[in-house]
Design a protein around this ligand. Structure first.
Ligand SMILES: C[S@@+](CC[C@H](N)C(=O)[O-])C[C@H]1O[C@@H](n2cnc3c(N)ncnc32)[C@H](O)[C@@H]1O
Length: 247
């Protein structure tokens, strides 16, 4: 997958040069490139922002350098396989389902705003969609772009390696994940659940599914409304509720 990021601050993307993201790029599962719209501001002072029409505080990022920067990274890739995304607090909220959808494209372009944001014509005419990473406002779109790139990269086959799998993770199947434990068996008097040491894989899988349902019921009960529960899941939920009620 190819990912282009349009940002005034390319040096902020060093977190993508470590760990799994680094290996994914080295192995060519991902090609990530950051383009600075300032390189596409052709006036003498390479101005990329200006005061807002109508007055008010803050500076607004001008549309032309962003338009040209996006054009420069999209001209070689088919439109059908591409998605141009504006990072924006007022965009569609990011969810795992949205991450999965983004991962189905071959080429993603993320546009990072700064200051008061970007000239409205970019959202109106240039991008396919605007996405928010949560109901709060950050100083720029660099962290949201990195959050999305990281989440999408995990969905790209090969990126997590053979030992890890996304389908087991929280949200992937609509539920929160079960807890994990490793050595030592006992630490500080805290024991790992006995069942995990039993070697009974069927029982372990049942226990994990139950913990997953329990965590979801206790911490994010609204998620259960959108999950297709099997007959066994329903039985486990009854058990969990009986245990919670002390029965
Ligand atoms: C200070 S913010 C601008 C906020 C804008 N004035 C508003 O009220 O919606 C600057 C840039 O940060 C990015 N940004 C901030 N919060 C974000 C969020 N929750 N999700 C996605 N992008 C965000 C966007 O690119 C935005 O253009």
């Amino acid at each position: 997958m190819r990912i282009d990021i349009i940002s005034l601050f390319p040096e902020m993307f060093s977190p993508l040069e470590h760990s799994i993201m680094k290996r994914a790029q080295e192995a060519n599962y991902l090609q990530i490139q950051v383009t600075n719209p300032r390189d596409f501001a052709f006036d003498k002072h390479r101005i990329v922002d200006d005061a807002p029409f109508g007055g008010g505080a803050g500076m607004v990022m001008k549309p032309e350098p962003i338009y040209r920067a996006v054009e420069s990274v999209t001209k070689t890739v088919e439109k059908a396989t591409r998605r141009i995304i504006l990072t924006c607090p007022g965009g569609t909220p990011l969810t795992q389902a949205k991450v999965k959808e983004l991962a189905s494209f071959e080429h993603l372009v993320f546009i990072c705003g700064h200051y008061e944001g970007i000239d409205g014509r970019v959202r109106e005419h240039l991008v396919d969609e605007a996405i928010s990473i949560g109901d709060y406002v950050l100083t720029g779109g660099e962290l949201p772009a990195m959050v999305m790139v990281d989440a999408v990269a995990r969905m790209v086959p090969g990126v997590l390696g053979s030992g890890a799998s996304a389908p087991e993770d929280s949200f992937y199947n609509g539920l929160l994940e079960y807890p994990h434990y490793t050595r030592p068996r006992e630490f500080n008097g805290w024991e790992v659940p006995e069942i995990l040491l039993s070697g009974h894989h069927k029982e372990i899988n049942r226990w994990r599914r139950k913990q997953s349902l329990k965590n979801t019921l206790e911490r994010r009960p609204e998620l259960l409304e959108n999950v297709e529960l099997s007959a066994e899941d329903k039985k486990l939920l009854v058990e969990i509720k009986q245990e919670q009620a002390g029965g």
